[in-house]
Design a protein around this ligand. Structure first.
Ligand code: ATP
Ligand code: MG
Length: 441
C-alpha cells in the first residue's frame, strides 16, 4: 500500500513525461540506515523536505553505504531549483558553469545539492561528447543521466527507502559495475566515464560488467578530447582513492594507460626497477590514505614521472653532461612532454621539481654539503624519495641508511660520518665548478 503510494507520488514528473517506474526498496531489503549518513547531509534533506520539495541522498554515498563503506562526501538531489535551495540555506552558494549546483556548508561539511537533471536537450560535439547539459528534469531522467546503476540510487533518510530506477541495488549485491544505457554512447558523451569505470571498480572491488568493459579499450582515444584540468582532477581522484596501485594496474589491463596519459606511461615500464619504484610509491600512498594520513600531490607526481626523468638523465650524462646539469635538462624535457597532455598545476610541479633536484645532492657526503642539504625545505620529501629509490634497488641501500643515521646524529658523530673527498666512492670525475641548481634559487 505505502509502497504504491510512494511510487505514485514519485512518478509525478517535474518537466516532461517519463515512463520509468522505479523500485522503492524498503530498509529490510537493503539495510542502509539513516545514521550511516552525515548529520549535515540529513539536515539538508530534512530542510528541503520540510519546505515541500523532494530531496534524497544520491550517488556515491548511497553506493558506499550499501557496500558497508563509510561515505566520504554527500550529494543531495532535489526538485528545488538552485535559487530555491540557495534561498533555504544561509551558508550556501551557487557554483558551476556547465551545470549549476549549490554548495551548502553545515557544520564545516560541504553538501553538494543538485537539481534533477533532464536528458533531451544536450548539445554534443562530433564525437558525441556532451557540451551543455543544463536542463532540469524529473527524478527518473536524473537517474538515467548518471553513469553507473550503482551510482543512480536515491536514499530517502526519512523512511529509509531506496529509489532504484536501474537495478542498482541488485548490481551492487552482485558486485557488478554496470553502465546505464548504451555503454559506447555513454562513454562518447563523456569520456571521463572510461576512467571512472576503472577507478570505481578498483576502489570498490566491483567487476566491470562485460558489455560495460568491452568498448573501453577501443574508445581510449576519446580521452584526448577531455580538457586537461578535468583529466588531472580524475587522475588525482585515482591516485588518492586509497587504491592507486590497483587503479594503475587496471588502467593498464584495460588499455587506457598509453599515450593519453603520459604520466601513466610509468605503468608501462618494462624496466623492473622502474616498475618496482612506482609500485612502492603507490602502495605507500595507498596505506597513508587508508590511515587518513596526509599525502603530497607533488611527491606522488615526482614518483610517477621519475622513471622518465631517470632514463633521460642517464642519456644526457652519457652524452657528456655532468650529473646536476644533466638532471635539470632531463627534468625540463619530461615536464615539457607532460604539459602537452596533462598540465600539472604550478603549485604541484614546483614541489615535484624540488624533490628531483635534491636527489644528486644526497650523493655528496663531504664538507659542508650534507649540512646544507639538511637545511633544505624539501629535505624530508627528498629523503623519503631517496628511500623509495633505495628500496626499489635504484641506489645503494647504504646511501639511504647513511642519511637515516646522519640526520639524527649528534654533531660529533656527523663529523665522523663525513666522507673525505678523495675517498669519495663516486665513479664520476669530480666536478670542479660548484653550480647552484637553478630551481632552488
Ligand atoms: P567518489 O565520490 O567515491 O569519487 P562518486 O560516484 O560519488 O564517487 P562524484 O564525482 O562525487 O563520484 O559524483 C557524484 C555522482 O554524480 C555519481 O555517483 C554519479 O551519480 C554522478 N556522476 C559523476 N560523474 C558523472 C559522469 N561523468 N557521468 C554521469 N554521472 C556522473
Ligand atoms: Mg562523491
Amino acid at each position: 500500500m505505502i509502497r504504491k503510494l510512494i511510487s505514485r507520488v514519485l512518478r509525478l514528473p517535474i518537466s516532461g513525461e517519463h515512463k520509468a517506474r522505479p523500485k522503492v526498496i524498503p530498509f529490510a531489503q537493503h539495510g542502509v540506515r539513516r545514521d550511516q549518513m552525515s548529520s549535515p547531509a540529513l539536515k539538508v534533506v530534512a530542510a528541503l523536505q520540510q519546505a515541500g520539495f523532494q530531496a534524497f541522498i544520491v550517488g556515491g554515498a548511497v553506493r558506499d553505504a550499501l557496500l558497508g563503506l563509510t561515505p566520504k562526501d554527500f550529494d543531495v538531489a532535489t526538485n528545488a531549483t538552485p535559487e530555491q535551495v540557495h534561498h533555504l540555506f544561509r551558508r550556501s552558494r551557487i557554483i558551476g558553469r556547465r551545470f549549476r549546483i549549490v554548495h551548502v556548508t553545515l557544520e564545516r561539511e560541504v553538501i553538494e545539492v543538485t537539481t534533477f537533471r533532464g536528458g533531451q536537450e544536450s548539445v554534443t560535439d562530433a564525437q558525441g561528447r556532451i557540451l551543455h547539459d543544463n536542463v532540469f528534469g524529473s527524478q527518473a531522467e536524473d537517474a538515467s543521466r548518471r553513469d553507473f546503476t550503482a551510482n543512480a540510487l536515491f536514499f530517502n533518510p526519512t523512511d529509509e527507502t531506496i529509489i532504484d530506477y536501474h537495478h542498482g541495488v541488485r548490481d551492487i549485491k552482485q558486485q557488478k559495475l554496470v553502465m546505464i544505457g548504451n555503454p559506447t554512447q555513454r562513454y562518447r558523451e563523456d569520456p571521463v566515464r572510461l576512467l571512472r569505470a576503472v577507478r570505481l571498480s578498483a576502489k570498490l572491488g566491483l567487476e566491470i560488467d562485460e558489455p560495460t568493459r568491452k568498448p573501453i579499450a577501443e574508445l581510449a582515444d576519446l580521452l584526448r578530447n577531455v580538457p586537461a584540468a578535468r583529466l588531472f582532477d580524475e587522475m588525482l581522484k585515482m591516485m588518492f582513492s586509497g587504491h592507486a596501485y590497483a587503479c594503475i594496474r587496471r588502467l593498464r589491463s584495460e588499455g587506457l594507460h598509453h599515450g593519453i596519459f603520459p604520466l601513466l606511461d610509468a605503468i608501462g615500464i618494462d624496466d623492473e626497477v622502474g616498475h618496482e619504484f612506482v609500485r612502492l610509491a603507490l602502495e605507500s600512498t595507498d596505506s597513508r590514505v587508508q590511515q587518513d594520513k596526509p599525502v603530497s600531490v607533488g611527491f606522488l607526481l615526482a614518483a610517477l614521472l621519475w622513471h622518465q626523468v631517470r632514463v633521460r638523465w642517464q642519456t644526457i650524462q652519457e652524452q657528456g653532461e655532468k650529473s646536476t646539469p644533466a638532471l635539470f635538462l632531463a627534468m625540463s624535457d619530461v615536464e615539457a612532454e607532460q604539459d602537452e597532455q596533462l598540465a600539472i598545476p604550478r603549485r604541484f610541479s614546483a614541489t615535484m621539481r624540488e624533490i628531483w633536484a635534491t636527489q644528486p645532492r644526497f650523493e655528496q657526503r663531504s664538507g659542508q654539503r650534507p649540512f646544507r642539504l639538511l637545511e633544505h625545505p624539501r629535505f624530508r620529501a627528498g629523503y623519503d624519495f631517496l628511500v623509495l629509490r633505495a628500496e626499489a634497488g635504484e641506489v645503494d641501500a647504504e646511501l639511504a641508511q647513511w642519511w637515516e643515521t646522519f640526520q639524527f646524529a649528534d654533531p660529533a658523530t656527523q663529523q665522523s660520518m663525513l666522507i673525505r673527498e678523495e675517498r669519495s666512492p663516486r665513479k664520476r670525475p669530480r666536478q670542479r665548478r660548484r653550480r647552484k641548481p637553478s630551481a632552488e634559487a
